[in-house]
Write a new protein. Structure first.
Length: 179
């Protein structure tokens, strides 16, 4: 199977200007919580205008009850759910703001065959829009042995995970970047 190169040579994934949950790639942002495995965490995902920027926001409550512990908004990187080749880039850039908590960016590839597997990097937030650059080398494999292969990216997710917390994080832009 060949892997398509990201259509936008500038690496844009989403600038949150499209109506509803549609991304600049034409794929749809989706909400997921630990309720899929019996948890009780709650979340909402919505487009908002914040400080003159269009944003996609995730807010809710992460609970560790019933072996739970996550809320997320995630996006397939191609309409056919196949892998995207981002090997020409160095990592992922976010324009993000939040409540001062740390959040995760999770990546999925064909190597992540189980729902709990991912490649994870953490980023901080505060009440101001900030650019966060997460190099591919910063993504740690979680519950798998294979190293991240940026030529095989399938999905990304903005995630509040692992501790009881109120989640409030917004992105105004997400893109691949090259130094």
């Amino acid at each position: 199977m060949t892997t398509p190169v990201l259509a936008d040579a500038l690496g844009l994934i989403d600038d949150c200007r499209h109506p509803g949950p549609e991304s600049a790639l034409g794929t749809t942002w989706r909400l997921a919580t630990d309720r899929v495995m019996g948890g009780v965490s709650e979340a909402r995902m919505a487009k908002r205008e914040i400080d003159g920027r269009s944003a996609l926001c995730l807010d809710g409550r992460v609970s560790l009850e019933n072996n739970g512990g996550f809320v997320q908004m995630h996006l397939d990187l191609s309409a056919d759910h196949g892998p995207v080749d981002a090997s020409a880039f160095d990592g992922i850039r976010l324009i993000v703001r939040g409540d001062g908590a740390d959040y995760n960016l999770h990546l999925k590839t064909p190597a992540t065959t189980r729902p709990w597997q991912s490649y994870r990097a953490t980023f901080p937030t505060d009440r101001h829009w900030r650019e966060q650059r997460l190099p591919f080398a910063a993504f740690e494999p979680y519950r798998l042995d294979a190293a991240l292969d940026p030529s095989q990216l399938k999905r990304l997710g903005i995630v509040a995970i692992g501790r009881a917390m109120a989640a409030d994080v917004c992105i105004a832009e997400i893109a691949f970047y090259a130094d």
